[in-house]
Design a protein around this ligand. Structure first.
Ligand SMILES: Cc1ncc(COP(=O)(O)O)c(C=O)c1O
Length: 387
């Protein structure tokens, strides 16, 4: 068997709740529901009806166990990971902490997801720094465009990027970008919401300052629980954007003196948001992470890569090569029909109960392991019939 042989559809598809005849291609919006996640949620809801049976220590232990699972998708260090409600919360924490002064620049992609834009715009308003947007020349990759901007702009202090674009799945080569960011003396902030769980994250190699990811897409968990990874320096020195009691070690008596704040809890727990010590989302998130880890991220990537390759090949076979997205990630791509055919193609897919997102002139295609290469051949055939 090769190192990361694709999973068979039978192995994986049975893990999801039935799709009721819909071909769901929108994992980039929201994960399809795993049976195990659903069952964990139902059991937690039942248990929640008896609050007198719950203990603070048990909840803390549950949060610790889920934190440890999430850490395995970053670099394995549980102390590096904080529980937050959204990617924007995580990225606002990064923006609050990283040094930035008037005249300095934050480099990001034009059109990247607003949760990795608005915190930087706000910080720039406060400091007099500026946003430097990366735009691509025709035929240029996003990676080359980022590297060219790093060469051209000497005052970049923060580089805030995704690994995969949310709108069309275009892949950035962080192995090439990260060393150049460090050579420029800038901080690296990553929003891996569209890749963590579907592509390996090489934290040790990229050496980012902060990393964010939602939990409800490729981590197959619920909404409302996202992840923040922080580099050692920020775990020691960082300041949270919210001061919640759960981030502080108030000792055995749990007393908060008016004249001194208790020390922060260990590691990135200082960045934990309040209100997330909730058994239901924790149980669902834990079940999703366990499944992702059991399948293994490289195998998920290999299997989904076979699907999107089948789509590209079927587009070629139907004379629709121009509709492909060059350089897309294995798990995420987009159809690029001519503007005047976009709605007709989207409607035809909908009639065939093929669910994807239409935005900004693109039809985003984001399968998970319930989808087989043959399904993609059908997508291309439906698209071609409406072309
Ligand atoms: C790249 C990316 N980041 C973040 C998010 C969601 O961010 P938040 O948790 O702040 O709503 C999305 C959702 O589509 C996304 O695609």
């Amino acid at each position: 068997m090769q190192a990361h042989a694709p999973l068979t559809r039978e192995d994986a598809a049975a893990a999801f709740l039935p799709f009721d005849g819909t071909l769901y291609l929108d994992c980039a919006a929201r994960a399809p529901r795993l049976r195990s996640v659903h069952a964990a949620g139902l059991a937690a809801l039942e248990a929640d009806a008896a609050p007198w049976m719950q203990s603070f220590d048990a909840l803390d232990e549950q949060a610790g166990a889920v934190r440890a699972l999430a850490a395995r998708l970053f670099d394995g260090d549980t102390d590096a990971v904080a529980l937050v409600p959204s990617a924007a919360f995580a990225l606002s924490t990064a923006a609050r902490n990283l040094p930035l002064a008037a005249g300095e620049a934050v480099l990001l992609l034009d059109g990247q997801f607003p949760s990795n834009l608005l915190p930087w715009q706000q910080r720039c308003l406060e400091t007099g720094a500026r946003i430097t947007p990366v735009r691509r020349a025709s035929g240029q990759s996003w990676t080359d465009a980022v590297l060219a901007m790093l060469d051209a702009e000497s005052r970049v202090r923060v580089v805030a990027l995704p690994q995969v674009r949310w709108d069309d799945g275009a892949l950035l080569d962080l192995d090439r970008i990260a060393p150049r960011v460090h050579a420029a003396g800038a901080a690296l902030v990553l929003d891996l919401s569209q890749s963590l769980g579907a592509l390996p994250a090489d934290i040790a190699r990229w050496r980012p300052d902060f990393v964010a990811s939602v939990g409800y897409k490729w981590l197959l968990g619920p909404r409302g629980l996202a992840w923040l990874w922080a580099a050692p320096r920020w775990r020691a020195e960082g300041v949270a954007i919210e001061q919640h009691w759960s981030t502080r070690d108030a000792g055995d008596g749990w007393r908060f003196a008016v004249d001194a704040m208790p020390p922060s809890r260990r590691g990135a727990r200082r960045f934990d948001a309040g209100g997330l010590d909730e058994p239901l989302p924790l149980a669902m998130a834990g079940a999703g992470l366990e499944q992702v880890l059991a399948w293994g991220v490289p195998r998920i990537a290999a299997t989904l890569g076979a699907c999107t390759r089948a789509l590209d090949a079927a587009l070629d076979a139907n004379g629709l090569s121009a509709w492909k997205t060059p350089g897309h990630a294995p798990h995420l791509t987009a159809l690029r029909p001519p503007a005047e055919r976009l709605d007709a193609v989207f409607d035809a897919l909908r009639r065939e109960r093929i669910a994807c997102t239409r935005r900004h002139g693109l039809l985003r295609i984001a399968p998970h392991l319930h989808v087989a290469p043959d399904d993609m051949v059908r997508v291309a055939a439906v698209a071609a019939a409406a072309a």
